[in-house]
Design a protein around this ligand. Structure first.
Ligand code: NAD
Length: 480
């Protein structure tokens, strides 16, 4: 049994109550680790520690903060193997995917170390010759971060990187399903010499601890990534204390495949972005709209390539897909498949748990393509957050745009076409915060990433991800 502690005020501690949370390996459905289950008294200590550490941390030059972030980034890289292994055991993604995510976590810390050194103010001329307006940016204060289990390190690193580089201190409420790899990641910052209290990592129930963070007047900012339903509660919880809030919420990503596209590239993208991490990605493809003229060739190739994906225990085998992280994911996937089939969709591949002894106990599911889908079906409107994608033909570009926008979410969209003007027209008319054209990676650390509509507001990635942790101050100076 693996046992890990929480990080509060630079110490690795248990919950005062000694309560614990069990961690399940989704490849077998078995408990293999435990972490403390924090309550209000533990979180209050972390909030006090973050508040006490703030004056010194925010007064450090961005270069000194950057040096510590760079050192932490190096330590993360040195420990990639061991951290990735923990992630695979708790989350299910294959080891190579987990290692890629850990390396990305290191890259994010380095990116924000450098971006923090580029927080520039402005000087604005006034009408009077002896007066000028200066605009400066200052840290918002203690930040609270809440993140989910699908990318346990990456989503946390966005928040830690932005907050620490901006001069904020942070309390990270880690995902209950996958606390181990984020704890190992925060240990790298601690071991790099980030002072006690600057980063605190708490494990415990979100619905219990969230309101403690929201109601605290010492916490000035909440960065939340998770479902739209929980995001609504987070926003409501922060109203009384007027916190700065950023919400990275759910999505239902449309992919539009135009008749002039490079079909091989479109299919490769569709396979990768529909099923990677078992579809448990906020920007996983949920719905594909294909020009009627290439619908059958696209479907044939999409099914053929999807069938090549290998499934297994990613801690032991070199496979493309592992189990889902929770059994709840299988239930939603099955519900969306049953609903679509009852309304006329056909299962082109997948649709069930894979057969065989090795899949019996784990949360395994086959990547599933539903063809001839329509907008009456849940798969085309609700977020499945599983390895299920609906495919539907369209006749005109206007119809494709209307279908893509017919959704409460607006996180991201993907377009495949060889026509530059068509791509530009589509990208501008799609109501989403991120659009990928002829590629399927709508989010990269160098550029702002955020949702429209019910996918939330605020940004992570890019300089915008840093400015979420800064307040603007206007200083008007008269030179006497
Ligand atoms: P979730 O909303 O259930 O949980 C997310 C986090 O919030 C967890 O740490 C959880 O403990 C905590 N939490 C739960 N209830 C809370 C409450 N009342 N107050 C405060 N915190 C609470 O989401 P999930 O199922 O863990 O994650 C999947 C969802 O996250 C999907 O909808 C997915 O699209 C979304 N997501 C969005 C992005 C993005 O960048 N937009 C990225 C990844 C995941």
């Amino acid at each position: 049994m693996i046992k890990k502690s929480m990080l509060i005020k630079g110490q690795w501690v248990e919950a005062e109550s000694r309560d614990i949370l069990e961690v399940v390996n989704p490849a077998y459905g078995e408990v293999f680790a435990e972490v403390p289950k924090a309550h209000k008294e533990d979180l209050d200590k972390a909030i006090d520690a973050a508040e006490a550490a703030l004056p010194q941390w925010s007064a450090l030059s961005p270069f000194k903060r950057g040096a510590l972030l760079r050192k932490a980034s190096d330590i993360v890289l040195q420990r990639t193997g061991e951290i990735a292994r923990l992630m695979t055991l708790e989350q299910g993604k294959p080891l190579k995917e987990a290692a890629g995510e850990v390396e990305k976590g290191a890259k994010i810390l380095r990116y924000y170390a450098e971006e923090g050194e580029r927080i520039y103010g402005r000087i604005i001329a006034n009408e009077e010759e002896d007066i000028e307006s200066r605009v400066i940016y200052q840290p918002v204060g203690v930040a609270g971060a809440i993140s989910p289990w699908n990318y346990p390190i990456e989503l946390l690193a966005w928040k830690i990187g932005g907050a620490l580089a901006a001069g904020c201190t942070i309390i990270a409420k880690l995902p209950s399903e996958t606390p181990l790899s984020p704890l190992a990641f925060t240990a790298c910052l601690h071991d790099a010499g980030v002072p006690a209290g600057v980063i605190n990592a708490i494990t415990g129930s979100g619905s219990e601890l969230g309101p403690v963070l929201f109601n605290s007047r010492k916490v000035k900012k909440i960065a939340f990534t998770g479902s739209t339903d929980t995001g609504r509660q987070v926003l409501a919880g922060c109203v009384d204390t007027f916190k700065k809030v950023s919400l990275e919420l759910g999505g239902s990503l449309p992919m539009i495949v135009c008749k002039d596209c490079n079909l091989d590239a479109a299919v490769a993208g569709a396979v990768r972005r529909s099923f990677r991490n078992m579809g448990q990605i906020c920007i996983a493809i949920n719905r594909i709209y294909v020009d009627n003229k290439i619908y059958e060739p696209f479907m044939a190739k999409f099914v053929e390539e999807t069938k090549k994906l290998s499934i297994g225990d990613g801690a032991k085998e070199d496979c493309d897909l592992g189990p889902m992280c929770t059994n709840g994911g299988i239930i939603t996937s099955q519900r969306h498949i049953d609903d679509a089939v009852s309304k006329g969709a056909k299962i082109a591949c997948g649709g069930k748990k894979p057969q065989g002894h090795k899949f019996e106990k784990g949360y395994y599911f086959e990547p599933t393509i539903l063809r001839d889908a329509n907008h009456e079906m849940l798969v085309m409107s609700e977020e499945t957050f599983g390895p299920v994608v609906g495919v539907m033909p369209f006749n005109t570009i206007e119809e494709a745009i209307e279908l893509a926008n017919d959704c409460i979410y607006g996180l991201a969209a993907i377009i495949f076409t060889e026509s530059l003007s068509l791509a530009d027209n589509l990208a501008k008319k799609i109501k989403a915060g991120n659009v990928a054209i002829n590629n399927v990676d709508a989010g990269v650390i160098y550029a702002p990433y955020g949702g429209w509509k019910d996918s939330g507001f605020g940004h992570e990635h890019g300089p915008e991800g840093l400015y979420e942790y800064l307040l603007i101050k206007h200083i008007r100076v008269r030179y006497l």
